[in-house]
Design a protein around this ligand. Structure first.
Ligand code: FAD
Length: 288
């Protein structure tokens, strides 16, 4: 039996740090259900500017202590000093964390101090300088390109800088167009970028929220999908059923086309991700 993942592919789930006791309880239940799928790791997001620093650490600590798959904290460097990142790395190392998702992040509105790191490649280089090969470093990749990038080639060159600085693997921004992913992977190869690029998968659960997120992060909702989702916007059950069909079919195409795994943006909910995994035949595994 595979120790983690499925069919030799990686499987991982992303959470955000809850802010309330109810949120924490809900996340514990979600974690317990998703842990049964034996993912490679659970990642925990970080509010750029440090707003969730404590919450991210606490969530990571709890996941690490659970004895299930390990936790991978996200660290975003915008607005941060080298000293504060150094402390965070030491704190994570002390609880046995071996994987980090290293990001620049976006400056929260109202915050003007950009900090000591300009881009994620500088954070990756700093983590390597400080901790050698202790951490496996994941970075972000954008099949539909980062919204601030001046051009597709500039974005790829910048992605290549993160790899040159020592990133081990990348997780993509979510997308609903698998061809964007396949093209991106081909372009990476042409640019000499040799690391695995794992697609980030967003289950469709709430159209208004999805439309808002997508606007901000540059993930395109194709017209055929947008129109159908707009029609179903107030019929939660029908929207989720349709969303499960669409996203599962996309995952099947991604896997058939050679994607090295799937990383789910779970939104701290188990059911939408489990429904997709079930369609893909990713089963709950019982320990050997
Ligand atoms: P970078 O790689 O630094 O890129 C940002 C922009 O700068 C791009 O346009 C790039 O082309 C350009 N650029 C990069 N390097 C250079 C350079 N050396 N010179 C000039 N230009 C450069 N945000 C959070 O706040 N918290 C999270 O936990 C979080 N998790 C995420 C997880 C994943 C898998 C993904 C895909 C995104 C996540 N984000 C998160 C969002 C992310 O922080 C934003 O997309 C942010 O705008 C960019 O972060 P980055 O690490 O990709 O930045």
């Amino acid at each position: 039996m595979a120790r983690w993942g499925f069919d030799g592919r990686s499987l991982s789930f992303e959470f955000f740090p809850p802010k309330t006791d109810t949120g924490r309880e809900k996340l514990r239940r979600t974690h317990a259900r998703l842990a049964q799928l034996r993912p490679e790791f659970f990642s925990v997001t970080f509010g750029a500017g440090g707003s969730t620093r404590e919450g991210t650490y606490e969530t990571v600590r709890e996941i690490q202590a659970s004895g299930d798959a390990p936790a991978a904290p996200h660290i975003s460097c915008i607005g941060a000093s080298r000293e504060s990142i150094r402390e965070l790395l030491q704190a994570y190392r002390a609880i046995g964390v071996r994987r980090i998702v290293a990001l620049r992040g976006d400056l929260p509105s109202g915050m003007v101090e950009r900090g000591e790191f300009a881009h994620a490649d500088e954070l990756v280089a700093f983590i390597r300088e400080e901790t050698g090969d202790w951490f496996y470093i994941e970075v972000a990749a954008y099949p539909e390109f980062h919204p601030e990038a001046p051009s597709a080639s500039a974005d790829l060159r910048n992605f290549a800088r993160k790899v040159a600085a020592g990133a081990n693997r990348a997780i993509t921004q979510y997308f609903f167009n698998p061809d964007a992913y396949f093209r991106f992977v081909d372009w990476c190869q042409a640019f000499g970028i040799g690391i695995d690029v794992v697609p980030g998968i967003m289950p469709i659960v709430n159209y208004r929220q999805l439309a808002r997120f997508s606007e901000g992060c540059g993930a395109e909702i194709p017209r055929w999908l947008r129109w159908r989702l707009e029609e179903l916007v107030d019929d939660v059950e029908a929207l989720r059923a349709f969303g499960t069909d669409v996203v599962s079919a996309m995952c099947e195409r991604l896997l058939a086309g050679g994607a090295p795994g799937l990383h789910f943006y779970t939104l701290n909910m188990a059911a939408p991700t489990l429904a997709i995994c079930d369609r893909l035949g990713i089963d709950v595994q019982t320990p050997a």
